[in-house]
Design a protein around this ligand. Structure first.
Ligand code: 2HA
Ligand code: ZN
Length: 277
């Protein structure tokens, strides 16, 4: 009998646990705030397979996606604290398999002692489906965090994607390079339910990041580094914007639209044209 903890030495699990710790250290995951899911690559599933147990029951999700049938996801647990993931991964995270109908999951590793996937799993699942389709399979990570500066900005700016994107692009020169498509904005909604899942997944057809008003940020990406980096860059831009606002001084200059176009040209990225003047 192999110890089921040996799986934690496999690179993909190490990267996942590291990202939970990184987010905690940023102050984005008070208590059970935030959640992370990762769609595993076939070779990663293969490496982990010897640690899987398949006797736990299939559970319907209330949402369905044919393009995620048979996939395996690493997920944080419902009500679990991201702070505790590195301390006891086997209780705070798990791996779920999706059935052939693409409408149910079963736990094949972790979430020991009665854990369940994150309450936002239906949201993550729909968004994985949309991002997988939109990026030809490249996108594998969905990450939700309670990023304070972005949350604060949702009290000060109109809840409009163009307004938010421009404020963030103008807040630091690298921003248009890191998120040339801009950020979507979801109005305030009850978390954890199908409505916020659908509203977010509609936006994620076009965006790789969406602001949740008075709640936080939702990001997607191809790997842990890119997704964490996207979250970090957006939150840092929001922090700079807030600092400028809080100074109480008039804004004397900013990055102009011609500057944004020049960055896009030199860095070879395409900015969302309708967000430029
Ligand atoms: O996991 O962050 O949005 C707790 C939450 C719900
Ligand atoms: Zn949340």
């Amino acid at each position: 009998m192999v110890s089921n903890l040996g799986i934690l030495n496999i690179e993909v699990l190490r990267g996942y646990v590291q990202m939970c710790s990184d987010g905690w250290q940023q102050g984005w995951h008070e208590r059970n705030g935030g959640n992370l899911t990762y769609r595993m690559k076939p070779n990663e599933v293969e490496k982990c397979h010897m640690f899987f147990q398949t006797e736990r029951p299939w559970m319907p999700m209330g949402v369905q996606a044919a393009n995620l049938a048979g996939e395996y996801f690493i997920t944080t647990g419902s009500g679990k604290f991201l702070r505790n993931v590195e301390l006891k991964p086997q209780e705070n995270i798990g791996i779920v398999q999706i059935n052939e109908a693409g409408d149910s999951w079963r736990i094949v590793w972790g979430l020991e002692n009665g854990g369940q996937p994150t309450s936002e799993f239906p949201s993550h699942f729909l968004n994985h489906s949309v991002r997988k389709e939109a990026t030809d399979g490249a996108c594998r990570v969905i990450y939700h965090a309670h990023t304070p500066a972005i949350i604060a900005l949702t009290y000060l700016l109109p809840l409009d994607a163009r307004v938010f994107t421009r404020a963030l692009w103008q807040s630091a020169t690298e921003c248009p390079v890191v998120f040339p498509g801009g950020v979507g904005v979801v109005p305030w909604m009850v978390p954890g339910g199908p409505a916020i899942a659908r509203a977010t997944s509609e936006l994620m057809k076009e965006y790789d990041a969406a602001v949740w008003a008075h709640h936080g940020l939702f990001c997607s990406g191809a790997d842990f580094d890119l997704t964490f980096g996207l979250m970090y860059t957006i939150e840092k831009a929001a922090e700079i914007y807030l600092k400028v606002l809080s100074s109480g001084q008039p804004i004397l200059q900013t990055i102009t639209d011609d500057d944004l176009r020049a960055i896009a040209h030199d860095f070879g990225v395409t900015l969302r044209e309708e967000f430029l003047d």
